[in-house]
Design a protein around this ligand. Structure first.
Ligand code: GDP
Length: 425
């Protein structure tokens, strides 16, 4: 299959970056299809450790064309930082990085208003990263957005911004903030346009040619289905759709073009930020998962909430995405546990349910667990399925059964070679 979507099957931070980095070794094109610099994909390879927020994780393969797709939202400031401070200094070739002229721009007022709105929520904070993602997607839907292509057309840009600034200043005044000036915003945006201009293109012809030419294309998702605007734990969600269906819209190809959908799942559960998280552990096991797994946010450094594998969330994720395969990551983190648990049901008002209910009910569920024996030996050096201890294989088979999808990859460490690819078996 030539077009493969790689999506998060849980709450985000599943290790999509490392899976895409691995698959990109053979990919002609990698497209990010939603989200902005609110999440980080960690990639560890021979050049070092990178936290990519916007640049597709395929950038390390000099042959791979990388596209920041139409469905993304771009803060030019952080994009330039990522290019100039992380990637260029170690010699990563950026000639193949392209930006869709239709992707929306995160303007300074989006970030400012994101922070002000989150603070105003008081005790009911959503847990946003305050990077302007919610406000920019809101403006996109309300048709007040500025798009990357506008940055290279100063007169058009000024006219668009003139309409928006007045409205934004009313919002800022509501929070007691000083007004923003049209001229300053235009100057800033035009300056971004000058630097990024050569990369800002109509990406559709490139993608069409790649699909028609049978090239290997990866669609790189951000966050996970439990943070999906429609299907996640609303309102503790992101403002876009990380599910595979959205990849068609956000990248710019028909649903029939996608051949493979790989769901990336951690061998346990983590979530960062607020919202119901039924499998969260508040005990020693939770602390161990956090410390061994180094579960701290790539973008914010926030400690992640940790818990056992949630087999109910994965069932919904599997249905919504249509996984053709799973990549299970961080199996090694479980190596030292003598006993593991997998959530196989939720109890709500004394009844057992087997799917994720709406947020108000999810806050009240109690997880039902089955217990699995641990394996008690290191898996870090396993390179083939048969190298894994029998108990680890049984645990993985159970995950595969719950997700109704075959396991295609298992990772046992952050390094590129610490990935077992089942197709090579
Ligand atoms: P993403 O946003 O889905 O790409 O996930 P993150 O990059 O936020 O989080 C994944 C973290 O786990 C990163 O620090 C990775 O280096 C690390 N990681 C990925 N796979 C493995 C693995 O198999 N074992 C261990 N120990 N760490 C891993």
């Amino acid at each position: 299959m030539t077009v493969t979507a790689v999506v998060g099957a849980q709450w985000g931070d599943e290790g999509k970056g490392r899976v895409v980095d691995y698959l990109a070794q053979r990919a002609d094109m990698v497209i990010r299809f939603q989200g902005g610099d609110n999440a980080g994909h960690t990639v560890v390879n021979e050049l070092g450790t990178f936290r990519l927020h916007l640049v597709p994780s395929g950038i390390f393969n000099p042959r791979t064309r990388c596209i920041v797709g139409t469905g993304t939202v771009v803060n030019p400031e952080t994009l330039l930082q990522e290019m100039n401070e992380q990637l260029a200094p170690v010699g990563v070739n950026l000639d193949n990085l392209w930006l869709s002229d239709r992707a929306h721009v995160i303007m300074p007022y989006h970030r400012l208003l994101d922070g002000l709105e989150e603070s105003a929520r008081g005790g009911a904070q959503i847990g946003t990263t305050r990077r302007g993602i919610g406000p920019v997607y809101a403006d996109k839907a309300a048709r007040h957005g500025i798009r990357l292509g506008d940055l290279t057309r100063p007169a058009y840009l000024r006219a668009r911004l003139a309409l928006v600034v007045e409205r934004k200043n009313r919002e800022l005044a509501y929070f007691g903030q000083p007004a923003m000036h049209l001229d300053e915003l235009v100057d800033q945006a035009v300056a971004w346009g000058k630097i990024l201009g050569p990369r800002i293109v109509d990406t559709l012809p490139m993608i069409q040619a790649a699909v028609r030419g049978g090239q290997q294309i990866l669609l790189e998702g951000q966050l996970g289905v439990m943070r999906d605007l429609d299907w996640g734990i609303y309102p503790y969600v992101t403002s876009s759709n990380p599910v595979a269906g959205a990849a068609c819209v956000g990248a710019g190809l028909p649903p029939t073009a996608i051949g493979e959908i790989i769901g990336v799942v951690k061998a346990y559960s983590t979530a960062v930020g607020a919202g119901p998280f039924p499998v969260e552990l508040h005990d020693e096991d939770g602390l161990r998962l956090r410390e061994i797994g180094q579960e701290y946010g790539a973008t914010t450094g926030r400690p992640r909430r940790c818990g056992w594998f949630d087999g109910i969330a994965i069932r919904d994720a599997a249905w919504l995405n249509g996984f053709t395969g799973l990549a299970v990551t961080k199996l090694d983190v479980l190596d030292s546990f003598t006993e593991l648990k997998i959530c196989v049901g939720y109890e709500l008002d004394a009844a057992r349910i087997d799917r994720v209910p709406t947020t108000a009910d999810l806050e009240r569920v109690t997880p039902v667990y089955e217990t699995w024996p641990g394996w008690g030996v290191s898996t870090k050096d396993a390179r083939r399925w048969d190298d894994l201890p029998a108990a680890a294989r049984a645990y993985l088979r159970r995950i595969s059964e719950l997700a109704a999808a075959p396991i295609r990859y298992v990772s046992v460490g952050p390094e590129r070679e610490q990935l077992i690819a089942m197709s090579n078996e």
